[in-house]
Every structure is written in structure tokens, then in C-alpha cells.
Write a protein that binds this ligand. Structure first.
Ligand code: ADP
Ligand code: MG
Length: 322
């Protein structure tokens, strides 16, 4: 592996859950409607993501594993419509794990590439029904300094589940299956895009979905939809605050702070509001290229976004007489 790839891997690939996030994003970008994720040993021993997406043509397989090679930047940084765009994930993962990539485009035979110890081989013919399968084994085995920072298999398996649930909430029309010897199976059946609440029920819980208040507000071209939970449904952890910008799950401090601000006095001690916030913004008004993991965003007008979130949630609670 080149040193540059390993350094980049440090930013993109922190733990098994970050590998799963990148591979699932790639599957979604490929138009998949079924994504199957299998892990073993909390993802440290094995991560396998299979999809029914468009596949990768034989002559592009080697490119897909090369740094800064992306098929997705046709519109430039200003108009990113895909979850990926940096061309960093696969080479980064390949530099810190044993990676097998199998893919097949419609009407062509399947091919396979292998990256072992950073050395790439293939393409060679293989068997695959269609779409793409990426298998990642022995993550960080060759990088003990990173391996040391991973938590227990159980905790890493749980983090993988969280990542999948978080992404799945924004893609209700995609079927997700998460399985493995290290976990209880999770199946999220595909539902109609117009029935997002059904996916929210599957991910967060039927009780939340039945009682959540639907959000729908707009300010200066920024649209906010989703649901805000009543204080009686607040949970013991902040893990149930889901925020998305143009369908991309984000962990944004300003959005989380806006949620707290919105509930204000309704916040219950040691409890956290459950919220799902979908923000749809003109891609030119938000920068997603802040960090290689792409879960940080920078809004052109952060105050506008805060005002929109706080105002919309407050209004819902006021309507409830709270
Ligand atoms: P990025 O997603 O930023 O383009 P990646 O390193 O994640 O970079 O992937 C590199 C390229 O490999 C992608 O641009 C895409 O062309 C191809 N690719 C990766 N995963 C898949 C997949 N599951 N299905 C189809 N193409 C894929
Ligand atoms: Mg990608």
C-alpha cells in the first residue's frame, strides 16, 4: 500500500462501521434496490456488502481501486448528487485490509479484483449473479496501531448496525439485510418512497412512528421535512437524532444544537428528543467536502438553517399545547 493511501485510510476508515458506510454508499450510488451486509467478529474479521446495482465494467475495475478515481464527479463539486465523490474509499480500505471486489454489469461476465497487502491483482473471471460484491477481511490486521483503538466485537457490531439504520432511514425504497454470526439479523423491507414513516417505524420503533409529529417547513429555498418526537418519547440516548442533508446522513453539531434549542424547557433531564430531520438544500448552499468521511457539512447560512429547525419544531410543540 502506498503511504498516502494508508494516511487517507486513517481519515476515511476509522472502524468497521466506517467501511460499511462507504460500501453501502457506493451501492446506493450504483442504484441498488437490495443491499446485503454480512459481518463477522464485529466487522474486524469480515465485512461483505453485496448489491444489485449497475456493476462495474471489467475495464474500470482496476480504476475503482485507485486513488482519486471516481466515476461520479461529472457535475463538479458544486453539484454533487451522489453520496461518494472523492474516490478515496476503496483504495483506503484496500490499504488496510484484504479486499475482494467482484462485479458484473448486465450482459457481461463477472470479474474479480483482489487487493492483498496493498498489491492489486486481476481482473480475472469469477462467478456472480449481478451487481457488486465487496468483501473486506482482517481490517487493520497489518496496522496494529489502529487495531488497538477498536472496541469489543460487540460494540463494533453495534456501530455497524447504527450506520446501516441511519442510512436506511433516508432510502426507504431500498431493502437492507444485515446478518452475521456476530449479530441478530436485521431486515428492512423496501417500502414505497412516499411511505417514509414505514421505514422510520422499522428503524426507530412503531411507537415513535405512531406519535411523531410530521415536520414540513421551508425558508429561503431550504426545505425541512421529517418528524419530531413528543417529549414523552424522548430516549435515554442521543443516538436517535437523525439528520440528513440532501439525503446524506450528517453528524452536524449545529443541527443537534438546534434540536436542543427547539425543545428548550421541554427537554427532560437525561433524556433526548427523537427527531428525524431531512434538509433539502441547493447543493451550492452547502459544502459536504469538509472531511473525508463526508459526515460534516458546512452551510452557507448556518443561522438560516438553525432558525428553520428551531422554528418548525417549536411550532409543532406549541400546536400540541406544550
Ligand atoms: P467514490 O464513491 O468517491 O467515487 P470509491 O472509492 O468509494 O469512490 O469508489 C470508486 C469507484 O468505484 C466509484 O466511483 C464507482 O465508479 C465504483 N464503485 C464502487 N463501489 C461500487 C458499487 N457497489 N457498484 C458500482 N460501482 C462501484
Ligand atoms: Mg464511495
Amino acid at each position: 500500500p502506498t503511504l498516502i493511501d494508508q494516511i487517507a485510510a486513517g481519515e476515511v476508515v476509522e472502524r468497521p462501521a466506517s467501511v460499511v458506510k462507504e460500501l453501502v454508499e457506493n451501492a446506493l450510488d450504483a442504484g441498488a434496490t437490495r443491499i446485503e451486509i454480512v459481518t463477522a467478529g464485529g466487522g474486524k474479521a469480515l465485512i461483505r456488502v453485496s448489491d444489485d446495482g449497475c456493476g462495474i465494467p471489467e475495464d474500470e475495475l482496476a480504476l475503482a481501486l485507485r486513488r482519486h478515481c471516481t466515476s461520479k464527479m461529472a457535475g463538479g463539486l458544486d453539484a454533487i448528487a451522489t453520496l461518494g465523490f472523492r474516490g478515496e474509499a476503496l483504495p483506503s480500505i484496500g490499504s488496510v485490509a484484504h479486499l475482494t471486489l467482484r462485479s458484473r454489469v448486465k450482459g457481461a461476465p463477472a470479474h474479480e479484483m483482489v487487493v492483498e497487502g496493498g498489491r492489486m491483482s486481476g481482473p480475472r473471471p469469477t462467478a456472480l449473479g449481478g451487481g457488486t460484491m465487496i468483501e473486506v477481511r482482517d481490517l487493520f490486521q497489518a496496522v496494529p496501531a489502529r487495531l488497538k483503538f477498536l472496541k469489543s466485537e460487540r460494540a463494533e457490531a453495534q456501530a455497524v448496525t447504527e450506520v446501516v439504520r441511519r442510512i436506511a432511514l433516508a432510502f426507504p425504497h431500498v431493502r437492507f439485510e444485515l446478518a452475521g454470526e456476530d449479530r441478530a439479523e436485521t431486515v428492512l423491507a423496501a417500502v414505497d418512497t412516499s411511505d417514509r414513516i414505514a421505514r422510520a417505524a422499522a428503524v426507530i420503533g412503531a411507537d415513535f412512528a405512531e406519535n411523531a409529529l410530521p415536520l414540513d417547513a421551508e425558508r429561503e429555498g431550504i426545505r425541512l421535512t421529517g418528524w419530531a418526537g413528543l417529549p414523552s418519547f424522548h430516549r435515554g440516548t442521543a443516538a436517535h437524532q437523525y439528520a440528513y442533508v440532501n439525503g446524506r446522513p450528517v453528524r452536524d453539531r449545529q443541527i443537534l444544537s438546534a434540536i436542543r434549542g427547539a425543545y428548550g424547557d421541554l427537554m427532560v433531564k437525561d433524556r433526548h428528543p427523537v427527531c428525524v430531520l431531512f434538509l433539502d438544500v441547493d447543493p451550492r448552499d452547502v459544502d459536504v467536502n469538509v472531511h473525508p468521511a463526508k459526515s460534516d457539512v458546512r452551510f452557507r447560512d448556518p443561522a438560516l438553517v438553525r432558525g428553520l429547525v428551531v422554528g418548525a419544531i417549536r411550532r409543532l410543540m406549541l400546536d400540541q399545547g406544550l
